[in-house]
Ligand binder design. Structure first.
Ligand code: ZN
Length: 281
């Protein structure tokens, strides 16, 4: 079984000096490729450098480059140029994380909208897919996306946690949906259980969002509460349960979907006696 983690914050300080071990555990758990999330220009630079440093064959680690709505207040006219340069790097496969976050409002809303629109323009120019973040901003987010959708090759709403209306709006816009361990949280994620089967195969992808969003259903609970890409099979298990599909089936179509979305190379499926192929090198 192969899984692809389409959103891991490997640049987070909690992973410092542990990248090799974290990746070994991910590969050992069947997570064969990872897309590292870039959330600012500096973090996007950092994510790319981790890809180059840790993936000697260039077929396991990829990244996104963009500016998160939390950082949108720092967006300036130079950033578009710097972002364009990052997006020209072969390991960088999508524009983002970009979007709107009216939950935290760490950046003023007009600045969030400006940064989002400039990044959508860039994605349209470069014909690259987009990695989107939306929290408590659904109506405005859909309005903006509608203006750009026809010019974008593809876009994923990552870490979808919304209600049915939002999901259907996104599917109507032919967007992809990323599901995280939020669905494993019986307190705040149960509304996703009936919704996840409404997402067509080919539009659904899995992500850890590590180190955030440790799946609450995970047993035994890891010490420290830090999430890792190696726990992605727990998200798979919960998604498969509520879609009435086997885990193999969900792994197959979510992995094919992620590979097509980000343009990732195929990885040879290891046979049992060659399990060392999974080892990090
Ligand atoms: Zn996000």
């Amino acid at each position: 079984m192969q899984l692809i983690d389409i959103g891991v914050n490997l640049t987070h300080a909690s992973f410092d000096d542990q990248h090799v071990a974290v990746l070994e555990r991910a590969f050992g758990a069947g997570v064969c490729q990872l897309v590292l999330t870039g959330t600012s220009l500096a973090e996007s630079d950092h994510a790319l450098s981790l890809c180059l440093k840790l993936d000697e064959h260039g077929d396991r680690l990829f990244s996104t480059a963009g500016v998160h709505p939390h950082d949108a207040r720092h967006w300036n006219s130079d950033d578009s140029k710097r972002l364009r340069a990052l997006l020209a790097e072969p390991q960088v496969r999508a524009v983002g994380e970009c979007g709107l976050d009216f939950n935290r409002d760490f950046s003023p809303r007009p600045l969030q909208e400006k940064a989002l629109e400039e990044q959508l323009s860039l994605a349209a120019d470069l014909q690259m897919p987009v990695f989107l973040h939306e929290r408590d901003a659904h109506p405005r987010f859909v309005q903006i996306l509608r203006d750009y959708r026809d010019r974008l090759p593809a876009a994923v709403v990552h870490c979808f946690t919304g209600e049915q209306r939002a999901l259907f709006d996104y599917l109507d816009l032919d967007l992809h949906i990323g599901i995280t361990g939020w669905i494993c949280d019986e307190r705040r994620g149960a509304h996703l259980h009936p919704l996840v089967k409404e997402i067509p195969a080919g539009r659904l992808m899995l992500e850890s969002d590590a180190p955030y969003l440790l799946p609450r259903s995970l047993r035994p609970k890891p010490k420290g509460g830090r999430n890792e890409p190696a726990f992605l099979p727990e998200v798979l298990r919960e998604v498969a349960l509520h879609r009435n599909e086997s885990q193999d089936e969900v792994a197959r179509h979510t992995t094919a979907c992620a590979r097509a979305f980000f343009g990732l190379p195929a990885i040879a499926e290891p046979s049992n006696e060659q399990s060392s192929d999974w080892d990090y090198r």
